[in-house]
Design a protein around this ligand. Structure first.
Ligand SMILES: [Zn+2]
Length: 328
C-alpha cells in the first residue's frame, strides 16, 4: 500500500519543472511566430506605413515608370519630327518638280503678254504660238471676253493663260477705289462664268500700274492708293520691261518694231514683253514669228502665268515687274 504522504518529492519536482519548461518553450515559440509574422508583413504587405514612408522605396517605385514615360515621350517626339519631315518633303514636291522642270529652272526667260483682246487677231496669234510650240498670257477686257468666249477658251485649251485686264478698260474706273473695284469684280465674275474657275489673283492695270491716264480721274495720288490697296488684298499686278511698241508711232512698221524689241531686250535675262491683240495690230502679228525666233536663238525659255512658280513671282517683284511701288 502506498502512502500518499510518502510522495517522492524529487520525482514530483522533476515533472513540475518539465511542464514549466514545455509551457515556456511553447510560449516562446508562439511569440517568436507572431514576431516573424509581423516583420514579414512589414516587408511583403505593401500597405505598411513603414514602406510608404521609405524614401528609397518611394523613389525607386516612381523613378522607373517616370523614365519609361519619358522614353515614350522621346519616341513620340521623334515620330512627330519624322512625320513633319515627311510632310515637308510631300509639300515640297511641287517645287521640286518645278525645279526639275527646265522651263522653270534658271536660265533666261521671256513671258509673252497680249493685252486688250480677245479679238479675231487673237486667233491668228494662237496659230503662230502653236506653230512655234510656245505659250503666252492674255490680259483680257471683260466687254470683249463676253463676245469672244470661244477664243479665250481655245487659247486656254492650247496651254495659254487668260487673266483680267478690267471689264471696260475705261480710264474713268480710276476715279475712286469703289469705281475701280466695281469694274474689276465684274470681270472676275465674268471670268469665272466663262472659264469655269476663279480668276487667279494676277492682273494688269489698263495703262500699267504707273499710268498717267488716272490723273484726269482720281488724281496723281490715285495709283499709289489703288496699288497699295490691291496688294493688301493679295493681288499681283503685272507690268512689263520690254514694250513691243505696237501701240506707238511704229505700230505699222514691222522692221522698226523688231529692231526696238531686240534693242530693249539686250542684257535682260528675265523679260515680260507687252503686245496688244487689238484688231488693228496686223503688223505686230506679222513680226511675231521673228520675235519668237529671236528669243529662242538667244536661249530664252517661254514662260506663262499659268504655271508661274513662286520663285518667278518673287523675281518679278524684285525686278518691279510685279507690285511695283508707285510713288508720285
Ligand atoms: Zn490695256
Amino acid at each position: 500500500m502506498i502512502d500518499v504522504f510518502e510522495i517522492d518529492w524529487s520525482d514530483f519536482m522533476k515533472r513540475f519543472f518539465k511542464i514549466i519548461l514545455i509551457v515556456f518553450l511553447s510560449l516562446t515559440f508562439m511569440v517568436s511566430f507572431f514576431a516573424i509574422g509581423t516583420i514579414a508583413q512589414g516587408f511583403f504587405g505593401g500597405n505598411s506605413k513603414t514602406v510608404n514612408n521609405s524614401d528609397n522605396n518611394h523613389i525607386d517605385e516612381n523613378k522607373l515608370p517616370k523614365e519609361e514615360v519619358k522614353g515614350e515621350e522621346v519616341t513620340a517626339i521623334e515620330d512627330e519630327a519624322q512625320e513633319a519631315i515627311e510632310e515637308a518633303i510631300r509639300n515640297k514636291e511641287p517645287n521640286n518638280i518645278n525645279e526639275e522642270n527646265p522651263l522653270a529652272n534658271g536660265g533666261k526667260k521671256v513671258f509673252l503678254t497680249f493685252d486688250d483682246g480677245p479679238t479675231k487677231i487673237t486667233t491668228e496669234i494662237l496659230e503662230i504660238l502653236k506653230e512655234n510650240q510656245v505659250n503666252a498670257s492674255f490680259f483680257v477686257i471683260g466687254k470683249l471676253l463676253i463676245k469672244n468666249t470661244d477664243i479665250a477658251l481655245k487659247a486656254y485649251e492650247e496651254g495659254n493663260m487668260i487673266l483680267p485686264h478690267t471689264y471696260t478698260h475705261d480710264y474713268s474706273i480710276y476715279s475712286t477705289l469703289e469705281t475701280f473695284y466695281e469694274d474689276f469684280y465684274a470681270i472676275e465674275k465674268l471670268y469665272e462664268e466663262v472659264m469655269g474657275f476663279k480668276a487667279p489673283p494676277i492682273l494688269r492695270f489698263p495703262g500699267g500700274s504707273s499710268n498717267h491716264s488716272s490723273f484726269d480721274y482720281g488724281g496723281r495720288e490715285f495709283m499709289p492708293l489703288l496699288t497699295e490697296d490691291i496688294k493688301k488684298k493679295g493681288y499681283y499686278y503685272i507690268d512689263w520691261n520690254v514694250n513691243s511698241g505696237d501701240t506707238g508711232i511704229d505700230f505699222n512698221d514691222g522692221e522698226k518694231m523688231l529692231e526696238n524689241i531686240k534693242k530693249a531686250s539686250e542684257g535682260k535675262d528675265f523679260i515680260v514683253i507687252l503686245f496688244h491683240d487689238t484688231e488693228k495690230n496686223k503688223e505686230m502679228v506679222s513680226i511675231l514669228p521673228q520675235v519668237i525666233e529671236y528669243y529662242r536663238d538667244n536661249g530664252y525659255t517661254f514662260r506663262t502665268f499659268r504655271d508661274i512658280t513662286e520663285e518667278e513671282l518673287d523675281k518679278m517683284i524684285e525686278l518691279k515687274l510685279s507690285n511695283k511701288p508707285i510713288v508720285r
